[in-house]
Design a protein. Structure first.
Length: 147
């Protein structure tokens, strides 16, 4: 039950919501369906079969993210694969490459890596990281004005 090996956290019910609070630290991969809202720390890869991932401003992720819809307002050290939609809020800081179909970046968000457009979320998988080449696709970036 309390082994030191990597464990996988699964959210099996489609449509359910999971909160990882600010006081929580997880070491290991997270696989889910539904919605996950992270306010704490995760050291491991996060992937969704069908889901929405929200990373709050207090959150810190160290690992790759792969989901259909991703909203980031915290820190991510790893690559981000958003198959449908990626939203970077004003406090988002990503140190890694970003692969997206549609992206929204609010003033103040940071990406310390490359942005690579893939229409319809056509990501090739893990080998994509090793074989990334310059893309001649235009970027779909939606910038929000200051209010």
């Amino acid at each position: 039950m309390f082994s030191k090996s990597k464990e996988t956290v699964s959210n099996v019910k489609s449509g359910s919501t999971t909160l990882i609070s600010a006081e929580t630290a997880i070491t290991g991969d997270i696989n889910f369906s539904g919605t996950v809202h992270i306010e704490g720390r995760v050291k491991g890869n996060i992937s969704a079969e069908h889901g929405i991932l929200t990373i709050a401003h207090s959150a810190a992720i160290e690992g790759d993210i792969r989901a259909q819809r991703v909203v980031i307002d915290g820190h991510v050290r790893g690559n981000v694969f958003a198959e449908e939609h990626l939203e970077l809020a004003s406090r988002a800081v990503i140190t890694g490459n970003v692969f997206y179909s549609v992206i929204e970046m609010t003033k103040g968000s940071q990406v310390n890596g490359s942005l690579e457009y893939h229409p319809n979320g056509g990501f090739a998988g893990p080998q994509l990281l090793e074989n990334t080449q310059s893309s001649e696709h235009e970027m779909d970036i939606v910038l929000e004005a200051d209010n």
